[in-house]
Every structure is written in structure tokens, then in C-alpha cells.
Design a protein around this ligand. Structure first.
Ligand code: CTP
Length: 222
């Protein structure tokens, strides 16, 4: 199968030397890419700026701002069987990007922020989508409830929810996996590498089931 994985944070520029970003390390996304390769899948890894080496056998696309990640994902999604959006995409960007460094002045400075485009939501809205769509939900409270809402709102097949405080920078995580049909699985605290292997197994099984169903439908119609 062909896996597309997004990972890491995005950087939303303010001026040539400043940006808005977050604490995402990229470790979970990179571990998923690695695990998918080890399981014999093809992998495209689309990553924001992180301090990790990309897996050698992955096709690697390096991006910075959310708009670049949006374009890269849309270029490759339709050729993928499983799209896993693990990146911590910034929700807001500066309304204006100054071409020169903003100088310090007396008094306060306000920055106008506008929403970024939601990549997961844009893929979920696609008509006749032929790939399994997996989103991540990083929450600090009401993890399960918020994740169920995201699954429905963004029309994903699976949402992997985790506690943002545990998951963002560390090497471990614990996960709640929510499926479209309301099935739920929990994976207790483990290294991101171990979790990634479990996730890849779950995604490829689910994708196989879904694609088989689609093939049956096509056969019946013919
Ligand atoms: N996501 C995305 N594009 C964005 C924001 C988020 O594709 N502009 C994706 C993330 O990659 C993740 C999922 O949406 O798969 C959920 O991201 P998260 O930050 O948990 O949720 P938000 O929708 O941003 O909502 P909130 O920050 O209010 O919890």
C-alpha cells in the first residue's frame, strides 16, 4: 500500500526572522513512516521543520508553512491508499507577512491572525475519496469527546487521540483510536515506535477491508 504521512509542526511567517509555531517534535509521524516502510509499504513523508532524519526509503517532502503542507498533501493524496495526518498544523497565521524585519517600537504591538486552511477537513470533503483518511487529535482535556467531534466534523475514517501534554515532545504516548462506526480501541502508554507498529497494522487492515468492500460494489454494479 502507499502511505502518505504528515509530521511535525508548521511555521507561519510573521517577517523574515519570526514565525508562529508549536512544540511538535515530529516523532510520532516519523515513527509511523518508519513502521510502514518496515511493513513493506511505500511511504511519502511530508514534514514540517523537525530535528529528525527522514527514513532513508521514504519519499521525503520538506515544507515549512501550512499553505506549503496543504499543497504538498493535495499533490500526493489521490495516489495514496492511506493518508495519515499527524502534523501539528498551526490553526492561525499572520494576516500580513512583512517583507522586512518588524522593528521594535514603544508600546504594545498587536498581530492580526487569520485561520489557516484545515488540510484534514479539505481531504474529508473530497467526493469519491479512494483512500483511508486518518486524523490525529491532540487534546489537553475531554480527549475522547473532542476526538469524536473531530472524527465527525472532518469526515475521517479514523481519529487517533492523545493527550497533547504527553504526546507533543516526548518519546512515549498513550492512544485512543476511534473508528467511523463508533468502535474504539485504547493502546496504553508505550514508546512511539511500538505505538507506530500497532497503528500501521490497524490502518492497513482497515484499508484492506474498506477497499475490498468497494471492489465488491463495483463488481456487483458491472
Ligand atoms: N489539521 C489539519 N490542518 C489544520 C489543522 C489541523 O490538517 N489547519 C489536522 C491535524 O493534522 C490533525 C487534526 O487536524 O490530524 C486535528 O488537529 P488538532 O490540532 O488536534 O485539531 P484542530 O482541528 O486544530 O482543533 P483544536 O486545535 O481546536 O483542537
Amino acid at each position: 500500500m502507499r502511505f502518505l504521512v504528515t509530521a511535525g509542526p508548521t511555521r507561519e511567517p510573521i517577517d523574515p526572522v519570526r514565525y508562529i509555531s508549536n512544540r511538535s517534535s515530529g516523532k510520532m509521524g516519523y515513527a509511523i513512516a518508519e513502521a510502514a516502510l518496515e511493513a513493506g509499504h511505500e511511504v511519502i513523508l511530508i514534514s514540517g521543520p523537525v530535528k529528525l532524519d527522514p527514513p532513508r526509503d521514504a519519499k521525503f517532502v520538506s515544507v515549512s508553512a501550512s499553505d506549503e503542507m496543504f499543497d504538498a498533501v493535495h499533490r500526493h493524496a489521490d495516489q495514496s491508499d492511506v493518508c495519515i495526518l499527524c502534523a501539528a498544523v498551526a490553526d492561525y497565521k499572520s494576516a500580513k507577512v512583512s517583507p522586512v524585519k518588524i522593528k521594535k517600537r514603544a508600546g504594545n504591538l498587536s498581530l492580526e491572525l487569520v485561520p489557516t486552511r484545515d488540510i484534514l477537513d479539505s481531504l474529508g470533503r473530497g467526493q469519491n475519496r479512494r483512500f483511508l483518511l486518518v486524523g490525529f487529535a491532540a487534546e489537553t482535556n475531554d480527549v475522547e469527546e473532542n476526538a469524536v467531534q473531530k472524527l465527525r466534523a472532518k469526515n475521517c475514517d479514523i481519529i487517533v487521540a492523545n493527550d497533547a501534554r504527553l504526546g507533543m515532545e516526548g518519546d512515549e504516548n498513550e492512544l485512543i483510536i476511534l473508528f467511523r462506526d463508533s468502535e474504539m480501541r485504547k493502546i496504553s502508554r508505550a514508546s512511539k515506535k511500538i505505538l507506530a507498529h500497532e497503528l500501521v497494522k490497524i490502518f492497513s487492515e482497515f484499508a484492506t477491508k474498506t477497499f475490498d468492500k468497494k471492489n465488491v460494489m463495483i463488481t456487483e454494479r458491472n
